[in-house]
Write a protein that binds this ligand. Structure first.
Ligand SMILES: [Zn+2]
Length: 62
């Protein structure tokens, strides 16, 4: 159901080549993950590679 969605993004990946994107290590699974467009605004606070890891980490603490 993607019909009708306007294509406004001209520079996928934030305009930077993948090799120049920052990366972090997931605080839950320990795997490295790379900057994503959806983290553009809160990359500094991102600790987990995915929503699944974030939820799992929360579950572990409680
Ligand atoms: Zn993870």
């Amino acid at each position: 159901m993607l019909s009708g969605m306007p294509r406004t993004e001209r520079t996928p990946g934030g305009g930077r080549p993948p090799s120049q994107r920052p990366s972090k290590t997931c605080a839950h699974c320990g795997l490295p993950f790379t900057w994503r467009k959806k983290w553009e605004r809160d990359w500094d606070t991102v600790k987990y590679c995915s929503d699944r890891c974030r939820a799992a980490a929360k579950r572990d603490r409680t």
